[in-house]
Design a protein around this ligand. Sequence first.
Ligand code: NI
Length: 168
Amino acid sequence: MAILELYTYPHKVLTKKCEEVEIVDDEVRKFLDDMLETMYHDKGVGLAAPQVGVSKRIIVIDDKVGENGEPGPHPIYMVNPKIIKKSDDMILFNEGCLSVPGQSAEVERHRAVSVEYLDYNGKKQVLDAEEFLAVIIQHETDHLDGVLYIDRISRLKRNMIIKKLSKS
Ligand code: NI
């Protein structure tokens, strides 16, 4: 396994719509392993392929990760994830992103979602998620469409974050 290089705002790869994966083969599985290791290394709860410079519809998630990046019991690998159901009720959640280092802001998200995807073995799965896990899924699938959480907050807050980023 390997730790991959993280791409941060305003790199262009983060604004591109990613391509679907045709088949989950050993090459994709190796990439999933590397993504997960990178996510733990950088103490994230989710990571999307464009964040490591790969414009493919692949994400990894661990909503039970420890404070120092200790792996939870059930990391989730998602290839070609697609949100197929969203709750009408919304929640506000304070989000950060490894591609927007050191910053965070409250973002409005659907409280619950159902997501369809291919798992580590290429098998089709459907996951119903609520609250924190649902928020991570929405944040990471956004990445696959070239959308960052700072694109979902007010222009004022967005500009403040961008200003702070350029100074750090
Ligand atoms: Ni992110």
